[in-house]
Design a protein around this ligand. Structure first.
Ligand code: MRU
Length: 356
């Protein structure tokens, strides 16, 4: 077992091998027991990987989709620019439909489509090269954004603080430091001691399988708790702040993140603990007025009843409701931390100013 921050922050969760023109991801569905790379070649494999969370986390699915669209563009055979764009948009729509909540997926695909439209009149190799460079720049930009977010996040913490986090917003979900977990990794690099409490995050256990895995390997003091223990650790006085990631932030600051996040925010308010959302500006959807307009992904009930168990934990006829995300009301959020700085209420105004 490594206890080395760099080994964690430099994980190659999404890797494009240009010489071989091959896209690889770490299959996150196998973690923490196995770290295995898989190659994505066909549209069906790409969609399946996103839907089954082999690649997951809002920024990571955007980055992955950008490389996917570049690869798919390479397979389009026509020389007619209009026919090329039509086929590319069809592929893009199929990728976008794979998961509805995280806006980074749509954002990255739009960026790729805009590049394709700009270069469609050029020769094939120039067009493909522009798409490749765009995918690389989306990836590189995310690295820079994550570092900036992590610095701003860390500026809100002091040595010895306890921080609660929900789901996984670390290097596997992004690139390099991550968003909500980035401050913990930066702190570890700088010898600052934080005590992190990671919710296990039912039903897909991203907190247990991924967050505690990353933080433990990086040498961060991490304690794994079941989701229903958050109130207890807050009441004990062990938590000075909550840091969570995000999948879509509406114009008024309402924020979709992994199911259970809004409950953490409500608890934090009860105990007087500041609750912060950390994410890149690509997660802000100014065209979405409020949380009621954020599409929420519903997933297979078997994730609750059977997925992790040798035997089913409920009768097969029992109904299940399995939303993958929930929305935290903006008035529960103490600050939204982006690569451009920390936004405070009124979010309608402070979020809009990020895009002026
Ligand atoms: O369903 P997942 O695992 O993709 O959900 C991930 C989250 O909710 C993360 O908190 C969010 O995407 C932010 S990742 C930086």
């Amino acid at each position: 077992m490594v206890t080395d921050v760099k080994a964690v922050t430099h994980v190659r969760n999404i890797r494009y091998d240009k010489a071989a023109e091959a896209l690889y991801i770490i299959d996150q569905s196998l973690l923490p027991n196995e770290e295995r790379e898989i190659r994505l070649q066909t549209l069906a494999e790409m969609v399946e990987a996103i839907q089954t969370l082999r690649v997951r986390g809002a920024p990571a699915i955007g980055i992955c989709a950008a490389y996917c669209l570049y690869l798919l563009a390479r397979s389009i055979e026509t020389d007619d620019p209009a026919a090329f764009l039509t086929q590319l948009q069809e592929y893009s729509a199929r990728l976008e439909a794979s998961r509805p909540t995280a806006v980074n997926l749509a954002w990255a695909l739009r960026e790729m489509e805009k590049t394709a439209a700009t270069y469609a009149g050029n020769c094939r190799s120039a067009l493909l090269d522009a798409l490749y460079q765009k995918a690389i720049s989306i990836h590189d930009d995310d690295i820079a954004k994550c570092l900036a977010i992590s610095e701003y996040g860390l500026s809100l913490l002091k040595d010895g603080d306890g921080v609660l986090t929900h789901c996984n917003a670390g290097p596997l979900a992004t690139s390099r430091y991550g968003t909500a977990q980035g401050p913990f990794l930066l702190a570890a690099e700088r010898g600052m001691r934080l005590r992190v409490f990671a919710d296990e995050t039912r039903p897909l256990l991203q907190g247990a399988r991924l967050t505690s895995y990353e933080l433990h390997r990086a040498g961060v003091d991490v304690t794994l708790i079941c989701d229903n223990m958050a109130s207890m650790v807050m009441k004990n006085g062990w938590i000075q702040a909550c840091f969570v990631g995000c999948d879509r932030i509406a114009a008024n600051g309402d924020t979709a993140n992994k199911i259970g996040t809004s409950g953490v925010a409500i608890l934090a308010k009860h105990y007087g603990i500041p609750f912060y959302v950390l994410g890149p500006t690509s997660t802000i959807d100014m065209s979405c007025p409020d949380g009621a307009h954020i599409p929420i992904e519903l997933r297979d009930p078997e994730e609750i009843k059977t997925l992790w168990y040798e035997k089913p934990m409920a009768l097969s006829g029992v109904k299940c409701y399995n939303p993958s995300f929930d929305v935290t009301d903006h008035d529960l959020i103490a600050g939204i931390i982006t690569e451009k700085g920390i936004c405070r209420a009124p979010y309608q105004k402070t979020l809009a100013s990020l895009f002026q």
